[in-house]
Design a protein around this ligand. Structure first.
Ligand code: SAM
Length: 246
């Protein structure tokens, strides 16, 4: 799988196992239409105390080793995109993002969670996450908010097991705000590949980057599964017989 093949339109998608900052700095300026991503943003997971109920104030907040908010990658993302940069973040991190945004145009959208985490003992738990688009929002884009749950293994065939997996409907909404069919999308924090699946379903090409080998494989499997039947349909309608090597 090769990023250049995707950027030159020879392949529809690629997922790179590597660090976002390394891959971003290797890409040419203005080489993708938009960045759409769900970076680590410090949500972690609430762990209930051994005893007590859901409102137990002794519940603690576990943060994955990778789950640390930073704006370090944004300069390179802005350079690589010739359109906008759209990203999820926690509400408490808006100030730090806007410090980076400076005078650039930006707009905020909201994913309202239909199943927010319980509020433990007065500690903050958000029922929404902002999706901020820096640069030009697509005028044909969707509505300002979306109401959706998180995929969870115990109730949901869509769940891949990633602790912060986003629903495909949510990532499709993000695409509608940031891009149009035919665009190339880069997600430097691809996780289990939800942005890529949404790209296949919505006529965009996709490059993902993920540092964790297992999530990288999961992303490739999910995107390949989404693109396989669509690839065959495209072949029939194009009369094309090119090999599909993703
Ligand atoms: C919030 S999750 C993305 C979840 C994804 N939207 C999904 O639906 O599965 C962020 C991902 O970024 C990855 N990550 C963290 N730091 C990274 C880095 N420096 N380079 C590449 N990936 C990174 C983590 O391993 C994690 O899978």
């Amino acid at each position: 799988m090769n990023v250049d093949d995707v950027l030159q339109g020879q392949n529809r998608w690629a997922v790179i196992h590597g660090k976002a900052e390394t891959v971003l700095s290797s890409l040419p300026t203005s080489s993708v239409s938009a960045i759409v991503t769900d970076p680590p943003y410090g949500t972690g997971a609430w762990l209930r105390a051994d005893e007590g109920q859901g409102s137990d104030p002794r519940a603690t907040h576990r943060v994955e080793t990778w789950d640390c908010w930073s704006t370090d990658w944004l300069d390179e993302a802005w350079r690589v995109s010739h359109g906008c940069v759209g990203l999820f973040l926690a509400a408490r991190e808006i100030g730090s993002l806007l410090h980076w945004v400076g005078g650039r145009p930006w707009r905020m959208f909201v994913w309202c969670k239909s199943d927010p985490r319980p509020r433990f003992g007065g500690q903050p738990a958000y029922g929404f996450d902002p999706f901020i688009v820096i640069g030009r929002v697509q005028p044909v884009g969707g509505k300002d908010y979306i109401l959706a749950s998180s995929p969870r293994r115990n109730r949901d065939g869509q769940a891949a097991g990633h602790p912060h997996q986003k629903r495909i409907s949510v990532m499709s909404w993000c695409l509608s705000l940031t891009s149009v069919p035919g665009d190339s999308i880069l997600d430097p924090f691809a996780g289990s590949g939800s942005t890529g699946v949404a790209c296949m379903q919505n006529g965009r090409s996709f490059v993902g980057v993920e540092q964790d080998a297992a999530w990288c494989e999961m992303a490739r499997a999910r995107i390949g599964e989404a693109w396989g039947p669509l690839f065959k349909t495209n072949q029939v309608s194009n009369g094309s017989s090119d090999d599909h090597d993703n």
